[in-house]
Design a protein around this ligand. Sequence first.
Ligand code: ATP
Length: 237
Amino acid sequence: MSSLMEFKDVDVHYGPIQALKKVSLNVNEGEIVTLIGANGAGKSTLLMSIFGQPRISSGQIIYRGEDISKKSAHYVASHGLAQSPEGRRIFPGMTVEENLLMGTIPIGMDHAEEDMRKMFDLFPRLEERRTQRASTMSGGEQQMLAIARALMSRPTLLLLDEPSLGLAPIIVKQIFEILKDVASTGMTIFLVEQNANHALKLADRGYVMVNGEIRMTGTGDELLVNPEVREAYLGGH
Ligand code: ATP
């Protein structure tokens, strides 16, 4: 399997605070990799550093063989990396369709109609609400829209920041079922989550982040049964 994205000894500082400490991880083509960790562990920082915000203070972020750590967010987004950000950040005043079209910005409108059809097959709820303003939709629907919007740019690597955040358990289950469908298309996914249970069940491999450091790594199944992981992230069950 060839490596699509790799972090090599990455440090990130916010002034005096070191948020990432010598972080190394990799995502191979076709894999689903998750990064789990508690609130404040540094997961969002790691994801955002891929787009250069914040800039890393040392190390490298290699994507398709190229160090992208000094590139602009625009450069990264137009080279096949799409993010569905934490808190969703869809355009609330725009309709579902308009939001989806915004997702095509990095690649242009050539495939927009065809891809919108695919999104409606994957997320039937979005089709029902295609002319509705995003702000009027439920949290779960907004999350679906954020994921679909990211997919509209035909990414090589889909980055997801806490898709389960703030959603009821039944909706979280639905979102993860959809992610499984997305994964079955061969999409490479890097998923940052506090919901370790769902994330590890979906993922081929996982990394555990504690205070800005990678503490553990293994297959999703290995981490799910690991006593330390169970104690810290799965409520000891
Ligand atoms: P969450 O689940 O809450 O998003 P996280 O694991 O994603 O948590 P980060 O948001 O990456 O964690 O935060 C990592 C550390 O960096 C925390 O100590 C946080 O307080 C700090 N931090 C994050 N953003 C900034 C910032 N803009 N300025 C200063 N410190 C920051």
